[in-house]
Design a protein around this ligand. Structure first.
Ligand SMILES: *Cc1c(COP(=O)(O)O)cnc(C)c1O
Length: 397
């Protein structure tokens, strides 16, 4: 049996595995056993911000694992403290809670919102349509996409979704029982959709009037990817809770809830916890990620190389006006909406050894490591131009 068959035989059928096996990664590239090199413009869903085999990450993991790999949250752990201090500097948050995954930070935020609201007669949790907040029951309760929810109910009560960027719908749903609204300032799985300025202004006005918590799900958009540390910074707002995960642990599982003044004291001893949350090896790797993103220029690279790439994608959109509907996104979180299904384009790109992704059926998603350079962008654009030309002839031919 091939590895592919053995995998299918032994695992839950939850993942649609690609028939590809990599044996190692180096920087921007993944290598097969035959030594074929693939350019990774997807970063393992925005996780590998520093690419593969970054020497400082490897050193941090080695050094911390020689000290201890796990202690439990009964004991003080310096790697956690160092990373928490760095996250505070980066965001201005007051306190940090470390979890392991994105969905776990979403669950924690839900608990904080409900607990904060419980003494105030507020229980309603709002999210946006087409959002993605994870696969747990709490996260599913807040998501409206049938594909993720069907057959898993009943869900948590008092969770409602606001139509994306629909101010009237927002005004109709918010009331004095609203405890929190959670949103991705740029939706990731939902097709790289930034929330509009006007929507955020209306939201802020309602927040002043009704006093509810603003929760920024920065799990995909955070840690420098959009050219700012967090995507909400593009909108000039201050969330009460910020959720980070994917790239935080340098490839190891790590998530964090960052709480502002109003939420920092909500959870008291015994109210919440996790065995593995804030694993010291993951935190040591995380300190390297923050150092490279903030001091090593990667956040600035996300802004500059991201805007370069967006321009290049927009130029391509003018060459294929029939095929390409829109180019969207901020920094190195970019989407290209096609007029047709995009799965075939992703496969054709893979045949040209460039890894990208298709989300929402028609949106090509680009989430390259933050170490990406213009030459990688050029290689991607060149491959994409060839692939699109085979699928749809350019304008005027
Ligand atoms: C991936 C993701 C999550 C869930 O994170 P997991 O680590 O897979 O649980 C939540 N929100 C957003 C925006 C994400 O991209």
């Amino acid at each position: 049996m091939t590895l592919f068959e053995r995998d299918a035989e032994t695992h839950f059928a939850t993942y649609r595995r690609l028939p590809l096996e990599f044996v190692r990664g180096e920087g921007m590239e993944l290598l097969t056993a035959e030594g074929e090199r693939y350019l990774d413009m997807f970063s393992g869903v925005a996780v590998n911000a520093l690419g593969y085999a970054h020497p400082s990450i490897l050193r941090a993991i080695r050094e911390q694992s020689e000290r201890y790999v796990h202690l439990s949250n009964y004991y003080l752990q310096e790697p956690q403290i160092l990373l928490a201090e760095r996250l505070r500097e980066a965001t201005g948050c007051r306190r940090v809670f470390f979890a392991n995954t994105g969905a776990e930070t979403v669950e924690g935020a839900l608990k904080i919102a409900r607990r904060w609201g419980s003494g105030r007669g507020k229980t309603q949790i709002l999210t946006l349509s087409n959002a993605f907040h994870g696969r747990t029951m709490g996260a599913l309760s807040m998501m409206d996409r049938p594909g993720y929810r069907e057959g898993f109910g009943p869900f948590l009560p008092n969770c409602q979704t606001v139509a994306h960027n629909d101010i009237e719908d927002l005004r109709g749903l918010v009331n004095d029982q609203t405890a929190a609204i959670m949103l991705e300032f740029v939706q990731g799985e939902g097709g790289i959709r930034p929330v509009s300025e006007e929507f955020v202004r209306a939201l802020e006005e309602l927040r002043r009037r009704f006093d509810f918590l603003l929760v920024a799900d920065e799990i995909q958009s955070g840690i420098g990817r959009t050219g700012r540390f967090s995507a909400y910074e593009h909108y000039g707002v201050t969330p009460d809770l910020i959720l980070v995960a994917k790239p935080l642990g340098g490839g190891l599982p790590l998530g964090a809830i960052l709480a502002g003044e109003r939420t920092a004291e909500v959870l008291q001893p015994g109210m919440h916890g996790t065995t593995f949350g804030g694993n010291p090896v993951a935190c040591a790797a995380g300190a390297v990620v923050l150092k490279e993103v903030l001091d090593g220029g990667l956040m600035d690279n996300a802004a500059s190389t991201g805007s370069y790439m967006k321009t290049r994608l927009e130029q391509l959109a003018r060459v294929f006006p029939e095929t390409i509907r829109q180019v969207r996104g901020l920094g190195l979180m970019l989407g290209m909406e096609l007029a047709t299904e995009c799965a075939e384009i992703v496969t054709a790109m893979r045949d040209r050894r460039v890894l990208i992704n298709c989300t929402e059926g028609t949106v090509l998603r680009f989430l390259p490591p933050l170490i990406v350079e213009r030459r990688h962008v050029e290689a991607t654009i060149e491959a994409l131009r060839d692939v699109l030309a085979l699928h749809a002839p350019p304008a005027g031919t």
